[in-house]
Ligand binder design. Structure first.
Ligand code: FES
Length: 336
């Protein structure tokens, strides 16, 4: 446990949702992975967060990216994120690795959490694939703090590609953390189906990782009781091919803003968030990929093809994500 600052002051917001933090330390954590320790420039406490939360980080050229907080949520003096440099990505991780230096002040959002722990559970099984370890590491810290039983499985290409080795060594030695390396012994590969074969009352499962890993976990956990399996994508998975704009149901839509009666014409090729913002109805966006729920809006009428990776089936009855959801009806009413 790190020391908590004595000051009760919390770092000031620039506006309702963002704050400035200083990069206190950048540390090599594993092959291609750096961690970034963010602290208040004035030594104040940071807003609290729960395990599974992420922040937006505002990078040069207007790029905004989401990264999970991976330190213990009991810590109020710092946030820690870890970033895998993806040479073939959209440029966010390169901007972090190549553009940020210790001492820089960066703007971030307050933490938001779409991947919370169920603290009433008796046990948690945490399954991490690659850099998907970050939210699960925060969960492991929180479970340890609260004395809730857990086991964590960390799959990585190799020992060199696994992050946080020294920091997690206590958990490994305690038998809580199990590594599974692609280049390791066959007997040490994780058999996810076997791990999740038997749902146990009071046990919840959490997983995060790349696309194939997510699909394998979803398949292995498909028979677990509703509400006991939780996951977060860190990258939008491949989508089944969608009907092109302007075809079938997607020929455009009349969108009504419930509070004002304003009617906005959504063009077939436009995203709902773009149409709303162009019409002067501000809807905040961040990932623009259906991953973060920043653009979540309640709808009161109409039919929607959701296309997000964050809302539950229950939430989708009531909410859509304006960046990727498409109306399939001719009219849509938004609770804005
Ligand atoms: S902006 Fe992230 S889900 Fe829409």
């Amino acid at each position: 446990m790190e020391t908590v600052l004595e000051s009760e002051d919390v770092v000031e917001d620039i506006d309702a949702g963002t704050l400035n933090v200083r990069i206190k330390q950048i540390r090599y954590e594993g092959k291609g992975i750096n961690s970034y320790e963010l602290t208040s420039p004035t030594g104040k406490q940071l807003p609290p967060f729960d395990a599974g939360a992420h922040i937006d980080i505002h990078l040069k050229n207007g790029i905004i990216r989401q990264y999970s907080l991976c330190n213990c949520p009991a810590e109020r003096h710092r946030y820690v994120i870890a970033v895998l440099k993806d040479e073939n990505g959209r440029g966010g991780s390169r901007a972090v690795h190549e553009g940020l230096s210790a001492g820089d002040v960066v703007t971030i959002s307050k933490p938001r959490n779409h991947f919370p722990l169920t603290l009433e559970a008796r046990k948690a099984i945490l399954i991490a694939g690659g850099i998907g370890v970050t939210p699960l590491k925060a969960m492991a810290h929180e479970l340890e703090e609260r004395g809730i039983d857990f086991e964590m499985h960390y799959c990585a290409r190799s020992a060199e590609a696994a992050a946080f080795g020294p920091e997690l060594d206590g958990m490994r030695r305690a038998g809580k953390l199990h590594y599974h390396f692609d280049n390791g012994a066959a007997s040490n590969q994780l058999d996810i189906r076997k791990l999740l074969a038997q749902p146990t009352s009071g046990t919840h499962v959490y997983y995060c990782g790349p696309g194939g890993f997510m699909a394998a976990c979803a398949d292995a956990a498909s028979h677990w009781p509703k509400g006991t399996v939780h996951f977060e994508h860190f990258k939008a998975p491949e989508q089944p091919k969608r009907a092109p704009a302007g075809t079938g149901h997607f020929g455009g839509c009349e969108v009504t803003i419930a509070s004002t009666g304003q009617v906005i014409q959504l063009k077939p090729e436009q995203s709902l968030s773009d149409a709303l913002n162009e019409a002067g109805v501000a809807v905040a966006t961040s990932c623009c990929a259906g991953l973060c729920a920043t653009c979540k809006v309640r709808y009161l009428g109409g039919e929607v093809e959701h296309n997000d990776f964050i809302l539950s089936d229950e939430e989708r009855q009531e909410y859509l994500t304006a960046c990727v959801s498409r109306p399939t009806s001719k009219t849509l009413v938004l609770d804005l």
